[in-house]
Ligand binder design. Structure first.
Ligand SMILES: Nc1ncnc2c1ncn2[C@@H]1O[C@H](COP(=O)(O)OP(=O)(O)O)[C@@H](O)[C@H]1O
Ligand SMILES: [Mg+2]
Length: 402
């Protein structure tokens, strides 16, 4: 029997539209001889849908639920079930609603970017439901999504990252002068200001003086409660590398050099070049990047190290900036679910998208099997000896807790 692959995408995130592009692209490349592809779209309200029409990009402009066979569904979270359920309205005299199973998912392919999907939340749901899924686990996804924690993590591992400061909205609202003074003192200018939990350059801007910093902070705080301010590099060379695998069996991709429009790679550069229909795959880039062998090797090794440290799984993309002045490489960020699933980098290495999908699904299954090999059945007889006493009596007999 073919594997039932649930491709889950969309979600309550600023990057929902980018996710739709990545997912539709992916569904067209999954091997139909191996898999039944079941689209699962979460809309901006958090409602889940399935239906074959969701494989067509035209179903989203505008999205019309309850048409073309698109139906509302919800997941059965019972461990190991994988069932996707729907409520059928009752008819006739008794008119009781019924719950029906629409599909049983063997593996979920998560094609979400940003909050409520790439950040560990959905990963946590699938861990709880004990269903294999293709992306980094809960903690790696969460750290990878939060630019402030990510920086602390890389620093702790002695990996090259730019100096930064971070602030909360409350701090900024109560005393913006101190915030701005701290940046001036500890970082200088220019700086890059970024909402902690966004992606696709949304809310990111560059500030070259105090006045601009005020505007940049206001913008970033519109999107998030916590904001990272990072020392800015002048026209750095951006270099990205993808890694695929699981638990030590890793491969690093060729390196791409995205070509920017303006001062930095904004949403427009990333997704609107070439008409925008291909997501990250249509970005202007040099691939492979025209860099020296030594730098290429350094980036590939660094990428594998990061992948291992964050216990990643499936396919990720790690972005770097090469500073022309110091000739040093810095990590910009990790994308645990990269745009277009970074398939174009793997195609450049001679791996077809179809094979990349096979590999991701294989990693999901391996990790799921590993998880279920661990012992969750450890029992003792401590419960037998617990007594909380009877009502009114003083103290607790037997085992004391604490
Ligand atoms: N410290 C920096 N110095 C110079 N350019 C930067 C810096 N940080 C980010 N950029 C530019 O901004 C873009 C977006 O930043 P990034 O941290 O990758 O956020 P996002 O998650 O939104 O992609 C980068 O690709 C790069 O072009
Ligand atoms: Mg980025």
């Amino acid at each position: 029997m073919k594997k039932q692959i649930g491709v889950i995408f969309g979600s309550r995130s600023c990057e929902r539209e980018v996710s739709i592009i990545s997912a539709v692209q992916m569904m067209r490349h999954a091997n139909p001889e191996k898999y039944d592809v079941i689209p699962v779209y979460i809309d901006e309200k958090g409602q889940w849908y399935t239906g074959n029409a969701l494989k067509d990009i035209r179903s989203y402009e505008p999205f019309q639920p309850d048409s073309n066979g698109i139906i509302k569904v919800f997941p059965d979270l019972t461990s190991g079930s994988g069932a996707l359920l729907t409520v059928k309205k009752g008819s006739g005299l008794i008119a009781k609603d019924r719950i029906e199973i629409v599909a049983r998912i063997d593996v979920y392919v998560i094609v979400m970017h940003g909050m409520n999907g790439e950040d560990g939340t959905l990963q946590g749901l699938f861990e709880l439901a004990n269903i294999p899924y293709t992306s980094t686990g809960v903690s790696g996804s969460a750290i990878g999504m939060d630019k402030i924690m990510m920086k602390q993590f890389f620093r702790g591992a002695n990996l090259p990252t730019l100096p930064g400061e971070w602030f909360t909205r409350k701090e900024f609202e109560q005393d913006s002068k101190s915030v701005i003074a701290k940046v001036g003192k500890n970082l200088g200018y220019p700086v890059f200001v970024k909402p902690a939990n966004l992606g696709s350059s949304i809310g990111v801007s560059c500030a070259t003086d105090e006045e601009e910093l005020q505007d940049s902070l206001e913008l970033a705080f519109e999107y998030d409660r916590r904001v990272l301010v990072e020392k800015g590099l002048i026209k750095p060379i951006e270099l990205n590398c993808s890694v695929v695998g699981y638990d030590g069996d890793l491969e690093a991709s060729p390196i791409e050099m995205p070509i920017q429009h303006d001062e930095f790679l904004d949403f427009r550069d990333k997704y609107l070049a070439g008409g925008g229909s291909k997501g990250m795959a249509s970005l202007n880039r040099l691939l492979p990047a025209p860099i020296e062998e030594e730098l290429k090797n350094e980036i590939q090794e660094l990428s594998k190290t990061i992948f291992r440290l964050m216990d990643c799984k499936g396919v990720v993309r790690i972005d770097y900036m090469f500073d022309r002045e110091s000739e040093k490489i810095y990590i910009t960020e990790i994308n645990t679910i990269p745009g277009s699933l970074a398939f174009y980098l793997w195609e450049n290495a001679g791996m077809k998208y179809e094979k990349l999908i096979d590999r991701m699904i294989e990693c999901a299954e391996l990790s799921h099997a590993d998880k279920n090999r661990s012992n969750y059945a450890y029992t003792s007889d401590i419960l037998k000896n617990v007594s909380f006493g009877t009502k009114g009596s003083k103290g607790t007999k037997g085992t004391k807790l604490g």
